[in-house]
Ligand binder design. Structure first.
Ligand code: SAH
Ligand code: SF4
Ligand code: F3S
Length: 443
């Protein structure tokens, strides 16, 4: 069997795409290796969300170039969002690349590799698939690896929101939902192979089913239907946009025990003028109302978010509004970013008046606040019993397993390795807390 080395940057969508490429390639004779040096084929699935993500990719390719020089038969491909955005530019910058594919060309990976074998001329495939082609290759018994107890399922591709700072609508194209039947089938498959928790994925999962489906159903109905699938223990989804988050979805949290009590709901900024410039199309008050209603239905829900600091024109007072909202809502954790202008997006044309130093000071300040909020919450778990889905072995010395509780806190577990295994749902007494995680003994 030939060997493929796969590297992934960016969001879970990219992780899911890499997994699918691994599967397609497995069925055409490639086994995944962790060693670049052993590979016959190297694929780097890229992200262009911020400049930093792009820089990491370029430095990785710098290290791959010598491998190609010593082994001219090595096939080197760049896939994902940077490919979509800058396909031809990538080939010019890195002439040793064999091909560049956009995220909508994942299913064409086998054909791309075959084309390189036939002709050595580098090429770029970045068309968006216009008919809805989102076939998941059949999962047969002899998989390279078993699905994780907690597995991702992509339910919607693309994004139509066009927030002014964001590159995703350009790299992933228009929103397209997958047929519900196809999703149920994939979820049943994953459960038959050991998955216990399913995380539904999309840039904006709440937009699911809005158009293009033969049998359209709205997102909340999909949740109810999936929750009925036998063997499913837990259901999560990410990411949500506040504007498409419906009252019915709040009710689903209340009605469905399997829908765990955690929501990732990006706010981006705590100031209405900045939200407007970002084209988020909602106010801080509307966001707060949603959260209040959710908390009244599901009191122990934990909330996480995404925040950008240093958006063009952000004043100190506007930045402080973000700190206030974070404190008021009490996020258990946040993904926090310094604004990075993305070529081609509307915000990249705005005057970027916030000096780099101010951006990084603001970033440090929200990180500090989030750490405090996280600490306060994590400590409240001490002495309590939590339910954990065991996902695998723990890297923390003295602990056998790791997993998560429903609120998405990472938990390290001590317990008999002969008695318990990944996929088990166990009750755990929390003895210690540190940083962002809990640890304790399985009861
Ligand atoms: N679809 C999701 C998030 C997609 S990208 C949503 O709408 O919330 C993940 C996060 O990256 C965003 O929520 C945002 O906080 C951040 N991000 C996107 N573009 C960015 C940019 N140009 N600079 C800094 N952060 C950015
Ligand atoms: Fe980007 Fe906005 Fe779409 Fe999220 S909703 S992917 S931030 S454009
Ligand atoms: Fe990055 Fe593309 Fe995801 S830009 S964040 S990999 S959708």
């Amino acid at each position: 069997m030939k060997q493929v080395f796969l590297e992934t940057f960016g969001c879970q969508m990219n992780v899911a795409d890499t997994d699918r490429m691994e599967l397609i390639l497995f069925h055409s004779g490639y086994r995944r290796t962790q060693e670049k040096e052993d590979a016959d084929l190297i694929l780097v699935n890229t992200c262009s969300i911020r400049e930093k993500a792009e820089q990491k990719t370029f430095s990785l390719f710098g290290g791959l170039k010598p491998l190609k020089t010593t082994n001219p038969d090595l096939i080197l491909g760049l896939t994902g969002c940077m490919g979509q955005q800058d396909g031809e530019k990538m080939l010019k910058k890195m002439p040793y690349l064999d091909f560049v594919l956009g995220p909508d060309q994942v299913e064409g990976i086998e054909q791309a590799v075959n084309r390189v074998k036939e002709s050595k001329k580098p090429f770029v495939w970045t068309g968006f698939d216009i008919e809805k082609k989102y076939s998941i290759p059949e999962i047969s018994g002899d998989l390279p690896k078993k699905p994780s107890p907690s597995s991702f399922v992509n339910i919607i591709k693309g994004c139509d929101k066009f927030c002014t700072f964001c590159i995703v609508p350009f790299t992933r194209g228009r929103e397209k939902s997958r047929e519900p039947e196809e999703l149920y089938q994939e979820i049943r498959h994953l459960i038959d192979h050991g998955a216990k928790e399913i995380i539904l994925l999309g840039q904006n999962v709440n937009s699911y089913g809005k158009r293009g489906l033969k049998n359209p159903i709205p997102f909340h109905e999909l949740l109810y239907k999936i929750a009925e699938i036998p063997g499913l223990e837990r259901l999560r989804f990410t990411t949500s946009h506040p504007n498409d988050f419906t009252r019915e979805t709040i009710r689903a949290y209340r009605d469905l025990d399997k829908l765990v009590n955690h929501l990732h709901l990006p706010i981006q900024s705590g100031n209405n003028d900045i939200l407007k410039l970002m084209r988020r199309d909602h106010t801080v008050e509307e966001y707060q109302e949603l959260i209040d209603e959710l908390k009244s239905e599901v009191p122990d829900i934990s909330l996480t978010t995404d925040i950008i600091v240093g958006f063009p024109g952000e004043t100190d007072a506007q930045f402080r509004d973000t700190l206030k909202v974070m404190e008021r809502i009490g996020y258990s954790s946040s993904f926090m970013f310094s604004y990075s202008p993305r070529p081609g997006t509307p915000a990249s044309e705005f005057e970027d008046s916030v000096p780099l130093e101010t951006k990084s000071k603001r970033l440090q300040e929200i990180i500090k606040l989030q750490n405090r909020l996280t600490q306060e919450q994590v400590q409240s778990y001490k002495g309590k019993t939590v339910e954990v889905l065991i996902e695998g072995g723990s890297s923390k010395p003295g602990y056998s397993f790791k997993g998560r509780n429903p609120q998405y806190w990472r938990v390290n577990l001590k317990g008999d390795e002969k008695k318990f295994q990944p996929g088990d749902i166990v009750q755990v007494n929390i003895e210690k807390t540190s940083g962002h995680s809990l640890s304790g003994l399985i009861q």
